[in-house]
Design a binder for this molecule. Structure first.
Ligand SMILES: Nc1nc2c(c(=O)[nH]1)N[C@H]1C(S)=C(S)[C@@H](COP(=O)(O)O)O[C@H]1N2
Ligand SMILES: [Mo]
Length: 424
């Protein structure tokens, strides 16, 4: 036997052994028949095997298989009056790995998508600077650039779940998040070109959409790890995600990641934003508000099984999977429980563990067919542990909408159906 033959047969023995050890439940079926009817998917010749398929160039920009048409962003129509100032959700239960495909990144617009002609787009830098500057996109392409994978989570993600379980699907409870590789120019290089005056402590960023949305950013963050990005996952930003330029604030809440970025103004204090005082603050139990809560704390969720992705294969070997992330760093550890927290197991984190990026975890186990209460709990690189929803409420009350990073519970019944529940 060659070395590779030996490895192969060892792996086969291991797989058979391990499946036998977990109760003899093999994932495949034996080929040798006798009993039952042969599988037509094996014995018949399907149309795609009997004719030539489409040639190259049939689809100039490739699209998913038509059999994947159910994999899509979805909105919740009753949440907002109309779609121009609204939100839709990433189908987390239909994805794997850590990268969100560009066409599935959730969208949040205050005034619809700005459809910008890049030749007419400019980035202006002014205010407390030595030189007020205007850049074309060509000008910006002469700056050094960097690539980073970052998650972007809307501040309101899971917000509808504060008072109790409400939306029956991980797409809706946790889908205001995406994770792509950005290519962009470090913001500090652009600011250095203009030269920040000594009293320049804040930065106002403005979007080129009809909302002319603005946000104040403290200068320490602007000079730290922010990017002016022009690409996501290797291609130009999508119009809905800010084409041709967006601000990237790693680890910070999504509402500050200005899309269609057109203006940066340096000032000595934060600007007053209607949105910021009325919406993007955390209302506490006593009626006071937490302001400037920018970093997204560690959080995780099981994406499969989940209400939109029930267990359809019956008892036996199965894969549980989910996502974990932290605006403070990486995720060295995720715990998973099948019984509502009585017993915790270490999940297996697979794929790259990147700073301020989604992490993928798996728990491979044998389902005995009984009811389960599934939860995951993230630990981040600062030692912080994801809190229960009860612990969050104790500290922040019931009036909050933003920054809900509490532990999510899914109830699985004996048919494998899954429901969004809460346990105390
Ligand atoms: N110019 C502009 N930037 C914006 C917004 C907007 O409406 N206009 N929405 C913000 C909010 S609240 C979020 S959560 C993210 C959404 O980014 P996405 O559409 O790429 O998911 O963009 C932020 N940046
Ligand atoms: Mo948001």
């Amino acid at each position: 036997m060659s070395e590779s033959d030996k490895t192969l047969s060892a792996r086969r023995a291991f797989l058979q052994g391990s499946l036998a050890a977990v109760g003899g439940v093999a994932a495949g079926k034996a080929i040798a028949g006798g009993e039952g009817t042969p599988d037509p998917a094996i014995t018949e010749i399907q149309p795609w095997r009997s004719t030539l398929g489409p040639g190259v160039d049939e689809v100039a920009y490739g699209q998913p298989s038509p059999f994947e048409a159910h994999v899509k962003r979805r909105n919740v129509p009753w949440l907002t009056a109309e779609t121009k100032s609204s939100i839709n959700f990433t189908p987390l239960h239909q994805l794997d790995g850590i990268i969100t495909p560009n066409g599935l990144c959730f969208e949040r617009h205050h005034s619809g998508v700005a459809e910008i002609d890049p030749s007419l787009h400019r980035l202006m830098v002014h205010g407390l600077v030595e030189r007020e500057l205007v850049f074309t996109l060509d000008d910006l392409m002469r700056f050094p650039r960097e690539n980073h994978v970052y998650f972007m989570e809307c501040t309101a993600n899971s917000g509808m779940e504060w008072r109790g379980p409400q939306l029956n699907g991980v797409q809706y409870t946790h889908g205001m998040i995406h994770n792509v590789m950005y290519t962009g120019i470090p913001l500090r290089l652009i600011l250095a070109e203009a030269g920040i005056k000594p009293d320049g402590k804040w930065l106002l960023a403005e979007g080129g959409d009809a909302a002319a949305m603005t946000r104040s950013i403290p200068m320490e963050k602007a000079l730290d790890d922010c990017l002016v990005a022009f690409a996501q996952n290797g291609e130009a930003l999508r119009p809905e995600n800010g084409y041709p330029l967006r601000l990237v604030l790693p680890g910070w809440e999504g509402n500050m990641w200005l899309k269609w970025l057109r203006r940066l103004e340096v000032g000595d204090q934060p600007w007053h934003h209607r949105e910021e005082t009325s919406k993007y603050t955390d209302l506490m139990a006593d009626g006071t508000a937490r302001r400037f809560t920018w970093v997204m704390d560690a959080k995780s969720v099981i994406t499969n099984p989940s209400p939109q992705a029930p267990i359809t294969h019956g008892p036996g070997a199965m894969v549980l999977t989910g996502l974990a992330w932290s605006g403070h760093g990486t995720i060295p550890r995720v715990d998973v429980t099948l019984d509502g927290g009585k017993n915790w197991h270490l999940a297996r984190i697979d794929g790259p563990s990147l700073n301020k990026s989604l992490h993928r975890f798996y728990f491979d186990f044998v389902w005995d067919g009984g009811e389960m209460l599934l939860q995951s709990r993230a630990h981040d690189s600062t030692g912080y542990v994801q809190p229960t929803k009860a612990a969050l409420r104790e500290f922040r009350g019931e009036n909050s909408v933003y920054h809900n990073n509490g532990i999510q519970t899914w109830h699985v019944n004996q048919s494998g159906e899954v429901e969004n529940v809460e346990i105390s």
